[in-house]
Design a protein around this ligand. Structure first.
Ligand code: E4P
Length: 222
């Protein structure tokens, strides 16, 4: 399973990259606009920072077919490998996905709100499918839809990976990891929430205090 960060904040990525096994970074146009940096600067800093094996996902902005294709080609050419164009599953997007896959380019189908939208993008050859979990929950059983999607891909022997996105709490992430999701992309604050149980800090303080009382020092070695 791939654990990916959904952010344009390079400092946050660097910090979490030291703590956890980060498989890559996703961004979208809104995330980039909130960074306070130019899109060129955001893209360049991640191209420079990410290790070759880490994946980078950048979304096209244009809704016009030819420009969408050209943006996607620009994105895919940013690095020698492991760089994917995020294409929203509009009618134009489905058409673009077919062409981009015929060119052998990496594609993530995004802005997915139903298992059916995702499944048809998988038939078009998309490498990754990004259902917007929390937003889907606003319409109904978002988690159930994504679990259905996993079963649909397996039943139909399709190789697209599901990268669940748009999380608002750790319970949503937990439910999909338990269900066998292929990848999740989470904002840094959710990654920290997953490793921030207060009981851990309390337990460590207790160990240190007991050690200090018994041996008068705070390390294993004297
Ligand atoms: C990720 O690839 C998506 O663009 C992102 O998770 C959407 O999240 P949001 O619902 O918080 O905008």
């Amino acid at each position: 399973m791939e654990f990916i960060l959904d952010t344009a904040d390079l400092d946050a990525v660097k910090k979490l990259d030291e703590l956890l096994t980060i498989a890559g970074v996703t961004t979208n146009p809104t995330i980039i606009t909130k960074s306070g940096k130019s899109p060129e600067d955001v893209i360049r800093q991640f191209v420079d920072y990410l290790r070759p094996e880490q994946k980078f996902f950048v979304q096209v902005v244009s809704t016009e077919y030819q420009e969408m294709l050209d943006e996607a080609r620009y994105i895919c050419d940013l690095r020698p490998k492991n760089t994917y164009a995020k294409i929203p599953v509009t009618h134009t997007g489905y058409k673009a996905i077919k062409i981009l896959k015929s060119e052998g380019r990496g594609v993530l189908a995004t802005a997915i709100y139903s298992a059916d939208e995702a499944f048809l993008a998988a038939l078009n050859g998309a490498d990754y499918l990004a259902p917007y979990v929390n937003r889907m929950c606003n319409y109904g059983d978002g988690i159930g839809q994504v679990v259905d999607l996993l079963q649909m891909l397996e039943a139909q022997e399709l190789n697209s990976k599901v990268i669940a996105a748009s999380f608002k709490n750790t319970e949503q992430v937990h439910a999909l990891i338990a269900a066998g999701i292929h990848a999740v992309t989470v904002p840094p604050e959710i990654a920290y929430a997953m490793i921030g149980h207060p009981g851990t800090e309390i337990a460590v303080k207790e160990f240190s205090a007991n050690w200090q009382v018994a041996y008068g020092r705070d390390s294993l070695r004297s």
